[in-house]
Write a protein that binds this ligand. Sequence first.
Ligand code: ARG
Length: 459
Amino acid sequence: MGKLWGGRFRKETDRWVRAFGDSLSFDFRLWPYELRASEAHARMLVQVGVLSATEGDTILKGIQKIRREFMEGKVEPTGEEDIHSLIETLLVKWAGEVGKKLHTGRSRNDQVATDLRLYLRDETLSVRELLFELRLVLVDLAAQHCETLMPGFTHLQPAQPVSFAHHLLAYYEMFTRDDQRFQDCLHRINVLPLGAGALAGTTFVLNREAAAAELGFGSVTQNSMDAVSDRDFVVEFCAAASMTMVHLSRFCEELILWSTPQFGFIELDDAYTTGSSMMPQKKNPDVAELCRGKTGRVIGNLTAMLAVLKGLPLTYNKDIQEDKPLLFDTVDSLKRCLDVFTSMVLTITVNRDSMSAAATQGLLNATDLAEYLVRKGLPFREAHGVVGEIVFYCLEHGKRLEELDLEEYHRFSSIIEEDVFRAVALQEALKARQILGGPAPETVQRRIETILKDFSKTD
Ligand code: ARG
């Protein structure tokens, strides 16, 4: 059929301009949504008497045929400007002249907004499923490591004793917030723009609510101008995706660090690493590095999307077409990263001994000793000073706090007694952190139970 808008022109569009402006190569993936939205539109037109029941029937049957063609892979993404024109052409091919009536009361401006929202609703749900898998894997792994001692860091310097479970569950919390963000995005995605037309609706009194119900939208847009120019839901999704990727990236950074011989906390499975063409001994954490790298790309898509929108006058402008490569790339990158990352975590080998051994380095129990002194009656600030002196002594003599004897302790404070050894024993120091949200094994176990209970009642 060619172009949808040739009448007022006396010259063909320059073919470079066509190639420059066409979006079919990237919006082709919207075909299932374009078909569904077209069905809903056809039914609306029948309902208000713009199309007769027979005409509606012929169009709906035509759409069925087109769907089959797409599903059988018989439709090529060529020859038309975008997915909307392609499907309209196919409709005329399958349904005949009546196919030309389907465009009554609609514009590609409200169509593309509708398709994109349907698409993003599906993708948001699958991102939520992937996040659920990842959260489950983290909780499972954590449940095996509540007692696995590990150094906790600040400034990447050894700080205080934690457990591997507690560290893992920190990421569980991040991914849970991410999931909440996507859930929240759905509220703004799931609004029907169809009926907004090009920008000012239509003179036909379409039943937008009925179309919304048919397409599973929770509500309909309330301003036709906003409806065709709004891409906030794309920005929000890109922002939620960026946040999730930042969390993944931080986790990747830790896995990379932990898998070095210097740390040796974990070993990545061979299947998730690569070798070097020159250095025979190498095992490189490519998957983790790529997830970290793709984070830059997803953040870039968010800023690009904001930049595309920032100077646009109302309503639709062709600039908005740039939303799709950015959004699709964000969706694809996020889903692939979540997927591969979860499998990678599932296959790591945890080296408990290296973790516990690392916890004996760096005087992680210094704060515990200070709190011990506080319990014996010293104000914290003074206790901090005393322990600082003891730490200096330890560093000079190459000793750990648990290796000092009572005589050595007494050089710094006479209130230290035999029970100090219990206070500075690392496992005890971990156990003592029973505060809500803390790393004590019992506390973490309780947190895991709550999480599992929440899982069983998630929506
Ligand atoms: N391909 C266009 C897009 O993706 C569809 C809307 C085009 N509307 C228009 N009036 N040119 O944004």
